[in-house]
Design a protein around this ligand. Structure first.
Ligand SMILES: [Zn+2]
Length: 299
């Protein structure tokens, strides 16, 4: 199952206990569902747990049953529909809307005064119109609805709950979304998916750790490049000295260092220091290299 599917299944493990929350979750579901008009209510989902939750939710929250249910052995997309106009009337009045026009669709804040109900509303919205990307790939969670006003008002609700989301339009839909892992964690925790929130958090930690490791490798690569450039400069100086008479009169210590560098151009100064007989310190090698460089520059 996709990460999105796992989140929805986790959400559905929260039993619909209070009537206030059942109504709020049902309203969230309806406002983010495929179709919610005076003629038809249609909810399409691929998530079986959400599918199984819907009839219970509608009975408890709205007091209606579905007219169309998927076959018990249905695969793929599951469709739940209410076509009976009287039932739809009941649904509209339970949510506090007028069934006369679809323009009246909005977030009924009067039903969302309690924190438990606000969370339930967002849970319903996510179950019907939400998706979240696998956090191992990238961070993206969104709620999508065809009702612009509903999206705006839901955005306001999220701001009030300190779950501020960004807003955009896409193919006739209004979208509320998050791109930050910590916002996604907060949202998932608030709507009742703490296990999924933890999964986002650990994916983030793992990614950060890997990035840090990559940075370290890049840093080492930069150091290697610097070391290579220094070594080339030293070799050039040593060759220049060898071609001149100065080489013959080099002190024994300097000559030993020059010979070792010519033999091991890829080595760091510390490694080179260990090869001296007897081994010397890195700073001693560094000192000798500078001496060689300055002598070469005088030629
Ligand atoms: Zn409640």
């Amino acid at each position: 199952m996709s990460f999105s599917g796992n989140v929805k299944s986790e959400l559905c493990r929260t039993e619909v206990e209070k009537n206030c929350c059942a109504l709020a979750e049902a309203m969230g579901t309806l406002l983010f569902a495929n179709t919610f008009s005076a003629d038809c209510i249609r909810i399409v989902t691929e998530n079986r747990d959400f599918g199984m939750r819907l009839p219970r939710l509608f009975r408890k929250g709205l007091g209606v049953t579905f007219d169309q249910l998927p076959e018990t052995d249905a695969v793929g997309k599951l469709t739940y529909a209410v076509n009976d106009t009287e039932k739809i009337q009941t649904v509209f009045s339970a949510c506090g809307f007028s069934a006369q026009t679809s323009i009246s669709l909005h977030v009924n804040f009067a039903l969302l005064e309690k924190e438990c109900c606000r969370r339930a509303f967002l849970r319903g919205a996510f179950l019907a119109g939400g998706s979240v990307t696998d956090p191992e790939k990238r961070y993206h969670l969104e709620l999508s609805t065809s009702h612009l006003k509903v999206s705006r008002e839901t955005g306001t609700l999220m701001r009030e709950m300190e779950l501020t989301a960004k807003e955009t339009e896409r193919k006739g839909s209004s979208v509320l979304y998050y791109k930050q892992s910590d916002s996604i964690e907060d949202f998932l925790t608030a709507i009742g998916a703490p296990v999924s929130a933890m999964a986002v958090m650990s994916a983030k930690i793992e990614k950060d750790w890997r990035n840090a490791a990559n940075r370290k490798t890049n840093c080492d690569a930069a150091n290697v490049e610097k070391a290579v450039a220094a070594s080339q400069e030293q070799l050039a100086a040593i060759r220049k000295l060898e071609k001149s008479s100065a080489y013959e009169s080099l002190p024994e210590k300097l000559r030993q260092t020059a010979i070792l560098r010519r033999e091991y151009p890829e080595m760091t100064l510390s490694e080179l220091a260990q090869l001296h007989e007897p081994p010397i310190s890195k700073s001693a090698v560094n000192h000798r290299m500078r001496k060689l460089l300055s002598m070469a520059s005088e030629i």
